[in-house]
Design a binder for this molecule. Sequence first.
Ligand code: SF4
Length: 691
Amino acid sequence: AHWRQPEIKRTKTVCTYCGVGCSFEMWTRDREILKVQPVAEAPANGISTCVKGKFAWDFVNSKERLTMPLIRENGKFREASWDEALDKVAQKLLEIRNIHGPESIGFIGSSKGSNEEAYLTQKIARLIIGTNSVDNSSRYCQNPATEGLFRTVGYGGDAGSISDLEQAELIVIVGSNTAENHPVIAAKIKAARKHHGHKLLVVDPRKHEMAERADLYLRPTPGSDLVWASALSRYMFDHQLADDAFLAQQVNGVEEYRRSLAPFTLDYAAEMTGIPQADLVAAAEMIGRAKSVCILWAMGITQHSHGADTSTALSNLLLVTGNYGRPGTGGYPMRGHNNVQGASDFGCLANQYPGYEKVTDPQVRAKWAKAWGVAPEALSDQVGEDNFKMVQAAHQGTLRAMYITGEETAFADADAANVHDGFSKLDFMVVQDIFFSRTAQFADVVLPGCPSVEKEGTYVNTERRIQRFYEVMPPLGDSRPDWWIFTELAKRMGHDWGYTHPSQIMDEVASIAGIFAGVNYARLEGWASLQWPVAADGTDTPLLYTQGFHTDDGKATLYPLKWQEPAEQADGDYPYTLNNGRLLEMFQGNNQTGRVAGIRWLVPHWFVEISPELAARLGIASGHWLKITSRRDALEVPALVTDRVQGNNLFLPIHQGKDGVNKLTGEHHDPDVNTPAYKEVAVQLEVLARA
Ligand code: SF4
């Protein structure tokens, strides 16, 4: 410590917000966070951060933090000791399992908790309860993207590193508001354009900052992206721009795929997407002639009723043009939460153990059973219920209990009223969080977890990079790290795992799950990091597919697709389409950013974006109060007239109010992955006040 500031402590931590995975030093005096200091050694971000990572930490010391376990009694919550609360949770879960069977209990793991905590969530579900019904919030965001990658190239993660983007001659951004949702990646793309003259193609119904900066910007009709992506693939074959040598050596299913592209002519694509044919040709020529192309995509693609298919179409296009396995190429689904990648990687998925090992594979089950010291029959061979199906099962009475850690499911899941009804039907619900969230209101027991700065652990960012974070300050009050809570709970359910530090949990995972074989805390010390898969000798994989694809024969697959219309579209009764997403300054349900005064000051008012042409037609000006009504419910919000949106399309930030946009969203979802179609909401507008 510096002699003039002896009491100042500097600790490495990793940002708790988006999936870029910025790391930095946090300077503290006791519990006071003095500043966030970026350092050049930080592997994902260097000296860059955004407003959230730099300034949005006051929530840590919020008076609203949960500091004691709570138990519901006669309709009210009272404080309880850890012993009483954990005994009650253990006893109730075992009782419900014994009476109704293992499938009567579901778990939702946290995308904000550590990898080690995600691992323990699924270990309790699989080993102690005996169910694979464990999921995480990737169901709401990038699950369709990983499905598209599983179908085509094999790994459910970004093909390369963030730093590789600088080597892409062309960066394509589709359905991702990168400047607001992954600001540090956007800054790197801006720098790559400025310093290396690289090109940027943006496809999005909303003209956000990166669209403004693009060399070519295409504005498709919402939900039509599969059509233009497939038309561009067809164009490559028709105009000798396909990479024939790459396809011959490294890709299966080329001819069948090529035949499946017959309907996707430029005429058809222009008609269905609203993109002028000349622009489609220009985009195809840009992609087909660039030496290296990567495609970034996010919720604008995945939160549709066929998001997995559209994600597949994007990966198909990369394969047709030979854009995998070299720096500056490949698919980059942009991960939202800081550890939504890790929550999936470490097994909070209804169909996969940690490391994406299938629960239905007898050899996989035998391996995990042996490692956990039980007979293979003790582990379920059935794919469990995901988030969507858990809510359905709660309605049907087959799911009797839920354990939700660090997820604001009551706010974040689509068709909120339906979710709330489902929760109300459960016999027992545990919520583990740092605040008394909207979801906690449905709980029977609330357990106070800790934010990242009060514990140790690791996160995985969007580029598959595993990074350590260290304890900056001790837990507030009687709150506890989630890994401690799970360990204590397991002990009360007859499984004494004996973990005293999260490094022991990581050692256990590494000894079982192949893609983490060489991961340990010593190799992650300080600013060191590893990108999975990591071989036993510690060699990691910044760039995937350099030695073939992650499939049985090492070849990728071109996957034929058909376009299907969005499940809910604007019509005579509900003539407007409500897009929705994040703002730069805020995060998801706003439980953290909403408790930071400076952030609240930056975004003092809610709003819905409305196009100048629609505003003129309806006589609306910015500030006029509107009532937005979907087939589910209605909410009231002031208008913001802007050409970021076009025609009958609206945009509503998701952080809005107590109930949020999910008052309006519906139950329709992608049948392949059960991700809600958040972006497919048809609404009416009513002007309430023009003052
Ligand atoms: Fe970095 Fe994302 Fe955190 Fe901003 S929110 S500092 S871009 S990790």
